[in-house]
Design a binder for this molecule. Structure first.
Ligand SMILES: NC(=O)c1ccc[n+]([C@@H]2O[C@H](COP(=O)([O-])OP(=O)(O)OC[C@H]3O[C@@H](n4cnc5c(N)ncnc54)[C@H](O)[C@@H]3O)[C@@H](O)[C@H]2O)c1
Ligand SMILES: O=C(O)[C@H](O)COP(=O)(O)O
Length: 362
């Protein structure tokens, strides 16, 4: 039976979602799982959908909102980063954007630690070398983590969990985050420092801020020049926070000794990119959230948020933003400015395509 005939809303799921989440959605809606849609196919389908659920692989562009003809009420991002959703266009079209802010936190932090440790000990490179028939014990001497300074850039959920784990490895951890409260840092035993100080003192840098207009290419030629020679960089945030050509230059100049990257400005990155082919760069294909446990959790979290939004249950006017400084709260209108400033929006509700009705932040 079509959505129009049975009265149920239609939810389009454009990337793989865990079974438990799909089951929750199916109790309330007709669910269309159509993976690998081209942009044209997505634009064609969207006019019959009340909700769209995506991961990072689907670009929810202005064209998607325009093609929906006003039917699309909610976009659910099954994960944290909402940089693949045109928030300004969503707001203008009166469409709610929700994400799944908590379920993949530990998975991303664990992946950051996996990259940190495997980079320091050349695990990927020496594995490839052995598979090529070599036994290169001298070539792959690593560096120790204990006693080294790690700068966590972005001390939110993932950054905090990664910091806890790094302290367990005996690292000295500092963090930079313009919005992080001092008591959270104190609770973890981490010192909050300024951006330049973090760059200048770190032996290792781990990136955990969202991709926003402010953080775009925040690591660039100028900021690489402020780093300690021989620094090692982990990125499980977003590829766009690094100027990737500048990173190649910093690697070749010896400023950056190694990098371990889970995310790229274009995904997948071109195979012939200098970064991908660089001997001192370790790569994973955006796997930070990809554990069985995280994906089941994310699916449930996003299904509940999307169903709640479709039922209108997220329409309270309370603002629940314990971690947001008061001066930022005064900038609730327009919503997009808030999202850009904080980069950690969890839920937005838009009334009539203009003012924000409810904002819930995590
Ligand atoms: N690789 C993956 O699969 C994966 C998985 C989860 C999250 N992520 C990425 O990691 C990001 C962080 O996730 P989270 O759950 O910790 O989000 P979060 O919102 O809890 O934390 C982000 C933190 O970054 C801070 N921040 C904002 N602008 C900053 C700036 N200019 N400099 C330093 N800090 C800044 C915020 O104040 C916030 O504390 C997400 O936005 C997403 O892009 C990637
Ligand atoms: O922002 C996130 O939650 C991560 O980047 C995960 O993205 P994914 O859902 O595409 O794995």
């Amino acid at each position: 039976m079509s959505a129009a005939l049975d009265g149920k809303p239609t939810v389009l799921v454009s990337e793989k979602l865990g079974e438990a989440g799909l089951a929750l959605l199916k109790e309330f809606a007709n669910v269309d799982c159509s993976y690998n849609l081209s942009p044209e196919e997505l634009n064609a389908k969207i006019s019959s959908c009340d909700a769209l659920i995506v991961r990072s692989g689907t670009k929810v562009t202005r064209q998607v909102f325009e093609s929906s003809g006003g039917k699309l009420k909610v976009v659910g991002r099954a994960g944290v980063g909402i940089d693949n959703v045109d928030l300004a266009a969503a707001t203008e079209h009166g469409c709610l954007v929700v994400n799944a802010p908590t379920a993949n936190t530990v998975a991303a932090a664990e992946h950051g630690i996996a990259l940190l440790t495997s980079m320091a000990r050349n695990v990927a490179q020496s594995d490839a070398s052995m598979k090529a028939g070599k036994w290169q014990r001298n070539k792959y001497v690593g560096v120790s983590l204990v006693g080294k300074t790690l700068a966590v850039m972005g001390f939110g959920k993932v950054g905090t969990e990664l910091a806890r784990r790094a302290k367990g490895l005996g690292m000295h951890v500092v963090a930079h985050d313009p919005y992080a409260p001092a008591d959270r840092a104190r609770a973890v035993g981490v010192e909050l420092v300024g951006f330049d100080e973090a760059l200048a003192t770190a032996d290792f840098i781990s990136l955990h801020m969202p991709l926003t207009p402010t953080t775009l290419k925040i690591l660039n030629d100028e900021t690489f020049a402020k780093m300690k020679k021989g620094v090692r960089i982990v990125n499980v945030a977003r590829g766009g926070v690094i100027d990737e050509e500048a990173l190649v230059r910093a690697l070749d100049a010896g400023i950056v000794a190694q990098a371990a990257l889970d995310v790229f400005s274009v995904e997948p990155p071109p195979q012939d990119s200098k970064l991908v082919q660089h001997e001192r760069v370790t790569l994973t294909p955006h796997l930070g959230a990809s554990t069985i446990e995280a994906q089941e959790g994310v699916a449930i979290e996003i299904a509940e948020a999307v169903v709640g939004a479709l039922k209108g249950e997220l329409s309270s006017t309370a603002v629940n933003a314990p971690m947001v400084p008061a001066e930022v709260l005064t900038e609730l209108k327009p919503f997009v400015i808030l999202a850009e400033k904080l980069g950690r929006l969890a839920v937005q509700l838009v009334a009539g395509g203009s003012g924000v009705k409810t904002v819930k932040l995590y």
